[in-house]
Design a protein around this ligand. Structure first.
Ligand code: SF4
Length: 305
């Protein structure tokens, strides 16, 4: 049976209204940039640490929340908010800093949930204790950047984090009742379609609650851009990507929440694929493609993600 359980649908069921993400910044580095695990970062990651929409790191969390609310105010029709700690590695900070940030979030009664993007190797006992403490006050989701299950690709992209670290962190988070989302990338250099679908299969069976499928973006100033300019690999066409997304949706279990099916890179530094810059067009085209292939069963992806 074909199926699709969108993040929007999941959040509406949970909170009874549309939820908007407020992109916030609590960290300005990661162990892959400061030499702890690696240097130079993952080859696809931009200077902004995969959070180019995040409010300025130097501002307080309360100020960032106000700024981010202004950004979504035009489209917000009575919805509530998710505080989304997006940029760099949001748990690569002192536990007290995370506690202070979450206390600031709790002061805003329109924020109903927290989402934290991080690495599997940045979830030590003290950080987990803070997450556990606050998970009794507000629903928390932890998003881990897995990207791929294949060691050769993990080495190529300079992830510097082993698959068993993801598995250990997922187990600990789930034991604390915290939801886990895996972020994976479609179109990584030299990965075959079957290798990507193996990653999808793995996530589907991992015990994670949700998945974000990100189309590989080539961003200005990255190592990936240099490889791309040397002609070492190609990016997906729209049709190739849609075909792959349809196959991934067929594989995933029906109760897995689909958080994202497109990229979300900053347009001003996007090198390729340029068709992905028009998010509305991509969502509409993907919607049509999935409808034609009976993946959506009457639901609209543009409402969903
Ligand atoms: S993707 Fe995450 S771990 Fe990799 S360099 Fe960027 S911020 Fe660091």
């Amino acid at each position: 049976m074909q199926r699709f359980y969108s993040y929007n649908q999941y959040m509406r069921e949970k909170f009874g209204c549309k939820m908007y993400k407020l992109s916030l910044s609590i960290s300005n580095t990661c162990p892959n940039r400061d030499g702890t695990k690696g240097a130079g970062g993952c080859i696809f990651c931009s200077e902004g640490g995969s959070g180019d929409f995040a409010a300025a790191y130097c501002k307080s969390i309360t100020e960032q929340i106000e700024d981010a609310k202004k950004l979504v105010s035009r489209k917000n029709r009575g919805g509530k908010y998710i505080a989304y700690f997006q940029s760099f590695t949001s748990t690569y900070i002192a536990p007290q800093k995370l506690r202070d940030a979450l206390n600031e979030v709790l002061k805003d009664k329109d924020i109903c949930a927290v989402s934290i993007a991080t690495r599997a190797d940045c979830l030590g006992d003290e950080i987990l204790a803070v997450l556990s403490e606050f998970s009794y006050k507000i629903p928390i989701t932890v998003e881990m950047g897995l990207q791929t299950i294949h060691d050769k690709t993990a080495r190529l992209i300079n992830r510097c984090c082993d698959l068993n670290e993801y598995e250990a962190s997922l187990e600990k988070l789930k034991a604390l009742g915290i939801e886990v989302v895996y972020h994976i990338i479609a179109g990584l250099p030299f990965e075959t379609e079957e290798e990507f679908l193996e990653t999808v299969r793995y996530v589907g069976k991992s015990g994670a609650d949700g998945i974000k499928i990100q189309l590989l973006h080539i961003l200005k100033g990255t190592e990936l851009e240099k490889m791309f300019n040397r002609g070492e690999f190609k990016v997906f066409s729209k049709e190739e990507y849609f075909t792959l997304v349809a196959k991934a949706l067929e594989i995933l279990p029906p109760d897995m929440v689909i958080h994202r099916l497109t990229g979300d890179g900053a347009k001003k530094i996007l090198i390729a694929p340029l068709w992905s810059a028009d998010k509305k067009d991509v969502l509409n085209s993907l919607n049509r493609y999935l409808e034609e292939n009976d993946i959506l069963q009457g639901k609209k992806i543009s409402d969903a993600l």
